[in-house]
Design a protein around this ligand. Structure first.
Ligand code: 5RP
Length: 232
């Protein structure tokens, strides 16, 4: 199939990130339509003879990775992660990102914080001057979720319980997602502080300065931007 537009940008970003994969690595594989191409590239490397193993940030990613010949392990069965490659929903110039559009934010954050190196891959629509336009996903406990949603609403965070196919969306961890309808520029510190005070929240889709570099796919190739301030 001939790709064009965003699909081609995603593919070019995923394949470019694949150039950072080295033989013998343990990978953290992200979730979503851009991460998909990095998984395909990793699968091609396995077919070329690379010895790779991976942890997956979602059941869907685990399935795609296995289908492409990649050995997928439980996170508890790996000692460390060399390189995590994942997508983003929005990212600003200071490498502050919103993630979780695909509902995998909790595992994605665990993998990103454990990995020695993190690459965010994206199409040209993802970099923004200021994050906040994309609804900020937060993973919430099912138990008492109506009270959690009310608390979020009382804080002025405009939560909407995520649905898929007319049913409440359930994460791979068995939790719900509240999408917070905010606006750009997001007052990141203020929102993070409010969220930290809500007991029913398990994790947020705010990924602040968590990547070593971004790879932005274009229709001709990909642009790599190094993060000079990543804290390891
Ligand atoms: C999943 C994510 C994805 O990385 C994010 O939604 C980007 O997805 P896509 O590459 O399909 O645009 O955070 O939870």
């Amino acid at each position: 199939m001939t790709l064009s537009g965003k699909d081609l940008q995603k593919k070019n970003a995923g394949y470019k990130a694949g150039e950072y994969i080295k033989d013998g690595m343990t990978l953290g594989l992200g979730t979503g339509s851009t991460a998909y191409y990095a998984i395909l590239k990793a699968g091609e490397l396995v077919k070329e003879g690379y010895k790779l193993e991976a942890v997956a940030t979602s059941n869907e990613t685990a399935r795609i990775a296995r289908e492409n010949g990649i050995e997928v392990l439980d996170l508890n069965d790996v000692e460390h992660i060399d390189l995590a490659i994942d997508g983003v929903d929005e990212i600003d110039g200071a490498f502050n990102a919103i993630k979780g559009g695909g509902g995998a934010l909790f595992r994605e954050k665990i993998v990103a914080t454990l990995a020695d190196e993190v690459i965010w891959i994206m199409d040209e629509g993802k970099p923004v001057d200021a994050i906040g336009e994309f609804p900020l996903p937060v993973e919430i406990l099912v138990y008492g979720h109506k009270h959690t949603l009310k608390e979020l609403a009382d804080l002025g965070l405009n939560p909407v319980l995520r649905e898929r196919d007319g049913k409440t969306f359930v994460t791979d961890n068995g939790n719900y997602i509240a999408d917070l309808n905010l606006s750009a520029p997001l007052d990141i510190e203020n929102v993070a502080k409010k969220l930290a005070g809500v007991v029913g929240i398990l994790e947020t889709g705010l990924f602040l300065n968590l990547c070593n570099r971004t790879v932005i796919g274009t229709e001709d190739g990909a642009k790599v931007i190094e993060n000079p301030n990543k804290k390891n």
